[in-house]
Ligand binder design. Structure first.
Ligand code: HEM
Length: 850
C-alpha cells in the first residue's frame, strides 16, 4: 500500500506511476493470522516500486527486509526528486512495514515462562487469552514480606505506599499483578518453546535441523572466538560510523538496569547456569498441535525488569546496602569530595558492604558487576543529577513551603500535599522516579536514534515516546484503517493489535493505563542475546583533556580501567575529561573480526576459571546455548524474517563486485563455512513450522536446494555470530535487522507495560517539578537547537542537558553536539550523513588523520 495514496501519481522513475496504481487497487495487506503467512519484511513488487523505484524492486530477491531500499531512508543520496512525494512514500512506507512487523511480533512472539502461557493460548472462561489482565501466577507468595499488605490469600491488589513509588524489588508496578517484572521472575521467550534448547535434541524438528552437529561446545566457542571474532592484534579496531564510546558504556549501564542472569556476579556451582526449572514441562493441545507450557529450562532475572534505574538504586536487600545516602541530607545520594567546591564522587565499597571480592576498590553502587570507567562515569553523573533534582525541589520548598507540590497520597487523593510536607525519604523516591524516567527518555530518543541513524527510525522512536500523530499523522491514519479491517476489537489478540496501534497515537506519555499486550512483562532470553554488544568497546581508551580537546594525551588500555581500576582512573582525570574523551572516541563496529582483544583474555578471580582468564566472546556463545537460544536461522524464522539459504546470503548485494568491502565479506563467508561446515542435504527432513517456502511448501533440510546438494550448515550458526555477520543493514544501523526485530517488540513493551511511564506519569506521583523536569529535560524550560538538524526542529537533547548540569565546564565542547552519542567532533553534515569528517573547530583533532 502506498501511504500517501493521493500522491502516488508523482513518479521518479519509469516504474512508479503504474506501481502506485497497482498498489492502490490491491488495497491494504492483511495482518497474518497464521505464522506461515507472516510478512517477513518483504513487500509486493508494485509496493516496492511505488516506495523506492527500480532500486527497491531489485533487492527484493534477497532475504533482507525491503524498507531500507525505499526513498529517503538512507542519506541524501537516497532521497527522491525534489518537489515530488517520493521521500514521503518511502519513509512512511518504511514506518508501515515496521508497524506490521510489530503487530505480528505481538501476535506470535509473546511467550511467558512464569506459568501463564497456557492461559494465553487457551483463554480463561469466556475471556480470550490475550485479553486476560490478571494472572494468579503473578501473586505474591505466602512467605513474601508484602503478602499481607497486598491482600494475602484473597484478591491481591497493591495500594498505599506500595503503589506510590518504585518499590525496591519492582513489585506492585502492576497493581493487580504484584509480582510482575519483580526481581527473580523468570525470563520470557520470543520463540516457540519447542524451538528453544535445540542442543537438547528433544524435539524431532531440531534434530532434523541440526543433525548431530551441535552441542553446548559444538562447534567449539573458543574456536569461533579466535577464527571469526578477533580484532587485529595492533590494538586498532573497525570503528562504528556514528557512535562514540559513551554509547558503548551507556548500553552496558542500561542492561544492568534491565536484566542479569548472575547472582552477585556469580553463576551456579561449576559455573553452571542458575536454572529455575529443569524438569520436563507439561504439554497441552491447542489449535491442533501439542505445545509446551514453558521452555524446557528457565532462568530468573536477578534484577527487576522495570526501567527503574535499579542499577543505581537497588533491586533487593543486598544491593540496597551498597546504595549510600548522604547523612547531611538523606534525600540525596552520598558523594564524597576532598574539595569544598566539587560535587564529589560516589564512595568506594568498604568492608561492611556486601560484595564479590572481584569488586574491591570500586564505587559502591547497586549493580557493580563488570565495572569499568564508563559505568563509573554514568553512575556518577546520574548521582549528581539525582542530587540536582533534590536541590531544586528543596529550593522550591524554601520559596513556597505552603504551595501545592502536585504530589498526592494514594490513600488520600483529595488532599493537597504542600512542599513542606514532603519528607526526605519521599523526596529520595521522587528523585528516583525522575532519574529513571529521564534515563528511559534518553535511551528512547537519543541513544536509539543514534544507534539506528536514519529518518524512519528517528520518527518511529519519537512515536514511541510522543505519539505517531506528531511523527506522521498519515501513517497513523492508514494504520487505523488497516487494523480496522481486522474485525471487531473484542477478540483477544485483536484487542492487543488495536492497542498497539492506538498506543502509537498518544505515545506512552499520557496513556490511561499500562498494557502488557496480553502477556505479563519480562524480558525474553533472546533480548539478552541481542544486547551482547561487546565489539562496541575499544581496546585502548584515548584520554584527552578539557581545554585541549584535539589532542590525545594518553592511551590507556581498557583493561586497566576495569573493576577497581575504574574508580582511580575516573578520579585521576576527572569526569569532564572522561566525558570529552569517550565523547570524541568512536565505538567499535558491531561486525565479525572486531571483538576487543582484552575481553578474549579477561583476567577474572581464579575461582571462575583455572587459567584466571575468560574469553568473553566465547562465553557469550556458550551462555546462549546453555539458555536455549535458537541458532540464527531459526531465530530469524521465529521472528518473522526470511531465512538464509547459504552463508553467501551475508554478502551485501548492493556493493559493486570489486569493492574491497565485498571482498572482505566474501572472506568472512569462507571462514564461516570453514568453522561451521557443510553437509549433504536431505529434502525429506522438515526442519521448522515457523515459516513456509515462497510456494507455500514446508521447509526442509535442503533450504530450497536440490536434494543431496552440499549445503552450508547455516542452521548451526550461533545467533550472535549471525548478527555480526549481517552486513546488509539499513542505513545508519550499528546493529543488524535481526536484532532490530527483537527490539521492535521489547522497546515498546518496556514502556507500555510500566505504570510509572504511562498511567502514573503524573504530578501526583512525580510532583509538578518532577514531571516538568522529565518533559522539558530539566527545570528551566524546553531548549532548542539552532537550525534544523536532519530537517527537524530539535530540542536540546536530554543527556546533553544532564551533562551540562553535572559538568557545566563542558558547555563549549557540547555547544555543537546535537546527539551526545554521536562522536563529538564529527560533522553531522546534511541528512543522516555517515562520513567521518571534522566539524568546524575540530579540524586539528588527530583522530581525523588516521
Ligand atoms: C569493560 C567492559 C565489559 C566487561 C569487562 C564485560 C564482561 C562481561 C562478562 C565477563 C560477561 C559474562 C558473564 C557470565 O555469563 O558469566 C558479560 C556478559 C554480558 N555483557 Fe559484558 N562486559 C563489558 C561490557 C559490556 C558492554 C559494553 C555491553 C553492551 C551491551 C555488554 C553486554 C553484556 C551482556 C548483555 C551480557 C549477558 C548478561 C547476562 O547474561 O545477563 N557488556 N560481560
Amino acid at each position: 500500500m502506498c501511504a500517501v495514496l493521493a500522491a502516488c501519481h508523482l513518479p521518479s522513475d519509469a516504474r512508479s506511476p503504474a506501481d502506485c496504481l497497482t498498489l492502490l487497487r490491491g488495497g491494504f495487506r492483511e495482518v497474518a493470522s497464521e505464522r506461515g503467512a507472516r510478512f517477513l519484511g518483504k513487500v509486493e513488487e508494485a509496493t516496492a516500486g511505488c516506495r523506492g523505484g527500480a532500486r527497491a524492486v531489485r533487492y527484493r530477491a534477497t532475504p533482507w527486509v525491503d524498507w531500507p531500499n525505499y526513498w529517503g531512508t538512507g542519506d541524501a543520496r537516497s532521497r527522491g526528486r525534489r518537489g515530488t512525494s517520493e521521500d514521503r512514500r518511502g519513509i512512511e512506507g518504511a514506518l508501515l512495514d515496521l508497524e506490521y512487523q510489530r503487530l505480528e511480533l505481538i501476535a506470535f512472539n509473546l511467550l511467558d515462562n512464569d506459568g501463564t502461557y497456557e492461559a494465553y493460548v487457551q483463554g480463561r472462561g469466556s475471556l480470550p487469552g490475550p485479553a486476560i489482565r490478571t494472572w494468579p501466577e503473578l501473586r505474591l507468595a505466602p512467605g513474601h514480606a508484602s503478602y499481607a499488605a497486598v491482600g494475602g490469600a484473597g484478591e491481591q491488589r497493591c495500594h498505599g505506599e506500595l503503589v506510590r513509588y518504585r518499590t525496591l524489588t519492582g513489585i506492585c508496578n502492576d497493581v493487580s499483578n504484584p509480582a510482575m517484572g519483580a526481581t527473580g521472575q523468570r525470563f520470557a521467550r520470543l520463540v516457540d518453546f519447542d524451538a528453544a534448547f535445540p542442543e537438547l535434541g528433544a524435539e524431532e524438528l531440531a534434530r532434523s535441523r541440526h543433525g548431530d552437529r551441535i552441542g553446548l561446545m559444538k562447534p567449539d566457542p573458543q574456536r569461533i572466538s579466535r577464527a571469526l571474532l578477533s580484532r587485529g592484534s595492533d590494538g586498532d579496531y573497525r570503528k562504528a560510523d556514528t557512535l562514540n564510546a559513551l554509547a558503548a558504556f551507556w548500553i552496558q549501564f542500561e542492561t544492568h538496569d534491565w536484566f542479569s542472569h548472575l547472582d552477585e556476579g556469580r553463576n551456579g556451582p561449576g559455573d553452571r547456569a542458575l536454572f529455575a526449572d529443569e524438569a520436563a514441562p507439561r504439554r497441552f493441545e491447542a489449535g491442533g498441535r501439542s505445545r509446551l507450557s514453558r521452555a524446557p529450562r528457565t532462568t530468573r532475572n536477578s534484577v527487576s525488569a522495570w526501567w527503574d534505574a535499579s542499577q543505581i538504586y537497588g533491586f533487593d536487600a543486598t544491593s540496597l546496602r551498597r546504595v549510600k545516602r548522604d547523612p547531611g541530607d538523606s534525600a540525596k545520594l552520598l558523594l564524597v569530595t576532598a574539595e569544598a567546591d566539587s560535587p564529589g564522587y560516589l564512595p568506594v565499597l568498604d568492608a561492611r558492604d556486601p560484595m564479590n571480592p572481584a569488586w574491591a576498590g570500586q564505587e559502591a553502587t547497586a549493580f557493580p558487576d563488570n565495572w569499568n570507567v564508563g559505568l563509573s562515569f554514568f553512575h556518577n553523573v546520574f548521582a549528581r543529577e539525582h542530587n540536582a533534582f533534590v536541590d531544586a525541589f528543596r529550593a522550591q520548598a524554601q520559596q513556597s513551603p505552603l504551595a501545592d507540590c502536585g504530589l498526592r497520597d494514594p490513600d488520600r487523593p483529595g488532599e493537597l500535599v504542600r512542599y513542606r510536607d514532603v519528607t526526605s525519604d519521599q523526596l529520595f523516591e521522587i528523585a528516583r522516579l525522575v532519574v529513571a524516567a529521564e534515563i528511559a527518555k534518553i535511551h528512547t530518543l537519543e541513544w536509539t536514534t543514534q544507534l539506528l541513524y536514519d529518518e524512519p527510525l528517528y520518527l518511529a522512536l519519537r512515536a514511541n515516546w510522543d505519539g505517531i500523530f506528531e511523527a506522521s499523522p498519515l501513517v497513523s491514519k492508514v494504520l487505523a484503517q488497516v487494523v480496522g479491517r481486522l474485525g471487531t476489537p473484542s477478540g483477544g489478540s485483536r484487542a492487543n493489535q488495536w492497542y498497539s496501534v492506538f498506543a502509537t497515537g498518544p505515545g506512552i506519555v499520557g496513556l490511561e493505563s499500562a498494557n502488557h499486550f496480553g502477556s505479563p512483562f519480562n524480558f525474553p532470553e533472546e533480548f539478552v542475546t541481542a544486547y551482547r554488544l561487546h565489539p562496541l568497546l575499544p581496546d585502548v581508551l584515548e584520554l584527552r583533556r578539557l581545554g585541549d580537546p584535539n589532542v590525545v594525551r594518553k592511551r590507556v588500555p581498557a583493561v586497566e580501567t576495569v573493576r577497581g581500576h575504574a574508580t582511580a582512573s575516573l578520579r585521576e582525570a576527572g569526569l569532564a575529561s572522561w566525558a570529552l574523551s569517550l565523547g570524541r572516541q568512536r565505538a567499535g563496529a558491531l561486525t565479525l573480526d572486531n571483538h576487543p582483544r582484552f575481553l578474549q583474555s579477561l583476567p577474572v578471580p581464579v575461582s571462575r576459571s583455572r587459567s584466571g582468564q575468560v574469553d568473553v566472546p566465547a562465553l557469550d556463545i556458550q551462555r546462549d546455548r546453555e539458555r536455549g537460544v535458537p541458532r540464527f536461522n531459526e531465530l530469524r524464522r521465529q521472528l518473522g524474517l526470511r531465512q538464509l539459504t547459504s552463508f553467501d546470503d551475508f554478502v551485501d548485494q548492493r556493493l559493486p563486485p570489486e569493492a574491497p568491502e565485498r571482498r572482505l565479506q566474501l572472506d568472512r563467508v569462507r571462514r564461516l563455512r570453514e568453522v561451521y561446515g557443510q553437509h549433504r542435504c536431505d529434502a525429506t527432513r522438515p526442519i521448522t513450522t515457523a515459516q513456509l517456502a515462497a510456494d507455500g511448501a514446508g521447509l526442509n533440510d535442503c533450504l530450497g536446494h536440490p536434494d543431496g546438494t552440499l549445503v552450508d550448515n547455516v542452521e548451526d550458526l550461533d545467533a550472535v555470530v549471525g548478527f555480526l555477520a549481517e552486513s546488509t543493514r539499513p542505513h545508519g544501523f550499528a546493529i543488524s535487522e535481526t536484532q532490530l526485530s527483537v527490539f521492535i517488540l521489547e522497546a515498546s513493551r518496556r514502556l507500555f507495560s510500566d505504570r510509572f511511564l504511562t498511567a502514573s506519569f503524573r504530578p501526583a506521583y512525580y510532583s509538578d517539578l518532577g514531571l516538568r523536569w522529565v518533559n522539558d529535560n530539566g527545570p528551566d524550560g524546553k531548549q532548542w537547537e539552532a537550525g534544523q538538524p536532519n530537517g527537524h526542529h530539535q530540542e536540546v537533547s536530554p543527556l546533553k542537558r544532564v551533562l551540562l548540569r553535572a559538568l557545566p565546564e563542558l558547555a563549549e565542547e557540547l555547544r555543537p553536539v546535537v546527539n551526545v552519542f554521536d562522536p563529538w567532533a564529527r560533522e553531522r553534515g546534511e541528512y543522516y550523513a555517515l562520513e567521518w569528517r571534522p566539524r568546524p573547530g575540530a579540524e586539528a583533532d588527530e583522530s581525523f588523520r588516521r
